[in-house]
Every structure is written in structure tokens, then in C-alpha cells.
Design a binder for this molecule. Structure first.
Ligand code: G6P
Length: 475
């Protein structure tokens, strides 16, 4: 039995099964996991997550009661749920990543998609069972009056389900993504939209990264559920229960980030990169290759910048890190191919014998990303829409003299907008102008803005972010 529990789809570690049947453990990736890992381990919180791979499933089967910490792994208290692979696939890929993620990031190409048909119904049922498996495990592991912190769009139904099983526990839900406005949320079949909203409202506290996403959620509750919303007090009353709405803008632990960024592997990547780009200035982007990250328009902006500013030819290099993500989904595979095609066109148009205008890296490499942050002159972060975007916060911490070109649709714009160069992510020409502005911004002004960006980025590091929510749950 535990007093504080966290639940999320992806956990802090994952396992790989070798051909010889040996298991090796790796740290998990993604914004949510990197934010929570340190905090959870320090506070002795039980983390409940899903087994994502065959390696994870094998590890779970060997662990007593699915508790991996008891099997001697150095994971912190951890229980992984062995959900049947087909159910997991439909819940994670079809509903969470292809439906709810698309709705909240406004990604549908509506003349063709979405279409909610019989197949979707089966996927939706899997999403319900996946959430029920979490609710059951949490109900089993939570001590009397425990606080349970449920994370993200994979687990929107779990709060109400857990409430049904264990009315004594205090439940928080946190959305790490944006939230759609009601007219876009209405794309979901009515019963699905209602279930998602009332699922989250099973929590005592529903947290969001910015005021804007919290407001959109409250709007949906009012329009779709007819719930009573008090915007001033930030409460939603639905079926006689009150849920408090909170805004907690996750930030970065600057000291921990610097400690990692000063390690020798990062230094040697810096030396190698410096050798490769010579004295050129650097425009850097670092993303997982997700449709919402808008990498293609970012590359088109760089191309337009090169077309309009021949004086920069031979003097600037764009380092674009586009790491693999969610390759089970065809849209993601196609998007990765589009990124590579666009990069190739830029190479073909502009590369010379002694100047490579663009370096595209599609392989995951954390120390190399840290090296790029440290060397950036301009950091480009131009998502179509993003819950927060921690790259926009990590960059200014590691590169105090870089200029930040930031999409106004990223949650981070609410905190960093004053000192970043804000862009409309669809406006390729506007973004090209912003890149030029970033490169030519006077040194002093960059330093002044950089200082304030750093302050804002470190204002609410993960440990404080987490305790703020625990406190809100007590209040
Ligand atoms: C990003 C989002 C998180 C989400 C995670 C899932 O980091 O900000 O909200 O939980 O992606 O990524 P995954 O690789 O697990 O699908």
C-alpha cells in the first residue's frame, strides 16, 4: 500500500529482450517521463505504468506481483501492467495517439479524417479496458486516503473509474498536452467526448500547463456536459461533484541539466560539431518527429531565409535533430519521410563543396542534443500546437547567448513570449524573417533576453511542480 502514486502510460524505464533471452533496462524518454523521473524516485512514490514492449512484458512476468522494484531492478517503486498487446495497441496507438492527440493538437485533415466507424468502436472499448486496468491496479495499491496523480490523455477515464472503486482516495489528473476548443472537441462522437470529460472530472483536481488549455477544458465541460463552471474560482461542478482546475507550468531543473551537459560525452560532441561546422553560426532545432512539431515548415522557413539572404551562404548551418517517434503510426512514418525529402531539397539547392547548409540527424542522441543546445546561436521551436515544449526552456538555460524563435501556439509562449521572437507556426515567411532577426540580434540584447528566459524556464522545476499539485490536492 502506498500513500502517493503516479500513473502514466510510459514508465521511467523500459526493457529490451535480447535474442538469447537476456533483459536489459533503459531509462524511458519523452517530456512527461523526463520531468517526473527524478521527483518520483526521491519521494518514494509508487509509479504505475504500462508494459510497452515484449521486453517489458517478460520483466513483469518475472517480477513478484508485477512490482519490478521487488525483482531487484533499480527502478524506484514501480508496477508495470501487462495489458494484452492487442488491447494496448488499440488504446495507445489508435485512440490515444491517433484520436485524442490529434484532437488536442488540431491535427486532423478534416475532409478525410477522422471517421468514427465500427472499427473505432472496438478501439474505444480497448481504451476503456486499458483505463480500467490502471484504475484497478491503483485501487489495489493505494493506501487509505492516498493521493493518486494520473497523467495525460492516455488515462482520461481512469480518474472516474478509480473514484468508483475507491471513494476514499484523493485523485489528480494532469494534461501534458494542449486542450481543444469546444468546436474542435466536438469532432469526437458525443458519447466519447462526454466520457473523456467526465472521466477527468472524476478527479478532485485537473491540472493543465497553461491558462489557455485550462480555459479550453472548462469551455468543453460547459458546452459538452452542461457542467457548472466558475472561471474565477476555477471549479467545475458536474453531477454533484466539484473538480478544481489548476495551472502548473512545468519548468526545468537547471542545475541537473547543466550537470549532465558538462559531462565529457557532451564536450566531445561539441568538439566534433565545431569541427564539422567551422566558424558558421548555428540555427538549432531539437524535436521528436511528431506531426505537431511542424518540422517541415521549419525547414521551408530556413530555405526561404537562405533564398532571401545570400549574404549568409557559407556562414550559417541549420542543425535539425528530428528523433524517431511513434513509428507504428503510418502518418508518423510519412511525416519522417517528408522531413527527409525537404532536407534533401535544401541540400541539393544550396550545398557547395565546402559548405553544408543543413545537418539533419534522425537518430536519437541525447548528449549530442545537449552539445547542440550549448552551441546554438538561434533555437527554432515552431510547433503547430504544444502543451508546453520543454526544448524552448532547456535551450535558453544551456545557451545564454542564443535567440529563441518560438511558436505562439506553444504553451511555453505564455511564459517566454516577452523575450522570444514569436511566430505564427503556419507563416513560413514570417518564420524566415524571425530566423534572420535572431541571427542579427545585437549581442547585448540577446544576453538581456537570455537572462529573463532562463529565469522563466527554471521558475517551476519538476519537484516544485509536483509538490504544487500534491498541495492543491490537500487544499
Ligand atoms: C510528449 C507529450 C506527453 C506525452 C508523451 C508521450 O512528451 O508532451 O504529453 O505523454 O509525448 O509520448 P510517447 O512516446 O510515450 O507516445
Amino acid at each position: 500500500m502506498n500513500a502517493v502514486l503516479v500513473a502514466s502510460n510510459r514508465g521511467p524505464v523500459s526493457f529490451t529482450l535480447s535474442e538469447g533471452g537476456e533483459l536489459t533496462m533503459r531509462r524511458g524518454g519523452g517530456g512527461l517521463v523526463s520531468g517526473l523521473s527524478g521527483v518520483v524516485k526521491q519521494m518514494d512514490v509508487l509509479w504505475v505504468c504500462a508494459a510497452l514492449s515484449d521486453g517489458d512484458r517478460s520483466a513483469v512476468r518475472l517480477a513478484p506481483g508485477g512490482r519490478l522494484d521487488r525483482a531487484g531492478y533499480d527502478t524506484g517503486p514501480l508496477r508495470m501492467l501487462d495489458i494484452p498487446p492487442a488491447t494496448f495497441h488499440r488504446a495507445y496507438n489508435a485512440v490515444a495517439n491517433s484520436t485524442l492527440w490529434f484532437v488536442n493538437h488540431l491535427l486532423y485533415d478534416t475532409p478525410n479524417k477522422p471517421h468514427f466507424d465500427g472499427r473505432f468502436r472496438r478501439e474505444w472499448e480497448s481504451y476503456q479496458s486499458y483505463n480500467a486496468a490502471f484504475a484497478l491496479a491503483l485501487a489495489e495499491q493505494a493506501g487509505p486516503g492516498a493521493r493518486v496523480m494520473i497523467q495525460d490523455y492516455h488515462l482520461t477515464l481512469a480518474p472516474a473509474m478509480l473514484r468508483g472503486e475507491r471513494p476514499d482516495v484523493r485523485i489528480a489528473h494532469f494534461s501534458h498536452t494542449p486542450w481543444a476548443p469546444p468546436e474542435y472537441f466536438a469532432l469526437l462522437p458525443d458519447d466519447v467526448g462526454i466520457e473523456v470529460l467526465s472521466g477527468i472530472l472524476g478527479a478532485d483536481h485537473a491540472g493543465f500547463l497553461t491558462e489557455r488549455w485550462a480555459a479550453a477544458f472548462m469551455d468543453c465541460c460547459e458546452v459538452v456536459l452542461g457542467a457548472r463552471v466558475d472561471r474565477a474560482r476555477r471549479t467545475v461542478v458536474h453531477q454533484g461533484r466539484t473538480t478544481k482546475i489548476g495551472v502548473h507550468g512545468l519548468g526545468v531543473d537547471g542545475e541537473a541539466l547543466w550537470a549532465r551537459a558538462l559531462e565529457p560525452d557532451v564536450e566531445s560532441h561539441m568538439a566534433a560539431l565545431r569541427q564539422r561546422v567551422g566558424g558558421c553560426r548555428l540555427i538549432v532545432r531539437i524535436d521528436r518527429t511528431e506531426l505537431s512539431k511542424n518540422i517541415v515548415r521549419g525547414l521551408l522557413s530556413y530555405r526561404e531565409f537562405l533564398a532571401q539572404h545570400p549574404e549568409w551562404h557559407g556562414r550559417v548551418v541549420h542543425l535539425a535533430f528530428a528523433y524517431p517517434s511513434r513509428h507504428d503510426l503510418p502518418e508518423y512514418r510519412e511525416y519522417t519521410a517528408a522531413v527527409q525529402r525537404c532536407a534533401k531539397e535544401i541540400e541539393d539547392d544550396y550545398a557547395t563543396e565546402d559548405w553544408d547548409p543543413l545537418i539533419l540527424n534522425v537518430h536519437d542522441d541525447y548528449p549530442r542534443s545537449l552539445a547542440a543546445y550549448r552551441m546554438a546561436d538561434v533555437l527554432l521551436v515552431n510547433p503547430i500546437r504544444d502543451g508546453m515544449n520543454l526544448v524552448a526552456k532547456e535551450g535558453p538555460i544551456l545557451s545564454p547567448r542564443s535567440a529563441l524563435v518560438l511558436s505562439r501556439e506553444a504553451g511555453a509562449a505564455a511564459e517566454l513570449g516577452r523575450d522570444a521572437i514569436l511566430v505564427n507556426p503556419y507563416d513560413v515567411s514570417g518564420t524566415a524573417r524571425a530566423l534572420h532577426e535572431g541571427l542579427t540580434m545585437p549581442e547585448e540584447e540577446r544576453a538581456r533576453r537570455g537572462e529573463r528566459l532562463r529565469e522563466a524556464a527554471t521558475a517551476l522545476p519538476p519537484a516544485a511542480w509536483f509538490s504544487q499539485q500534491l498541495d492543491a490536492l490537500d487544499g
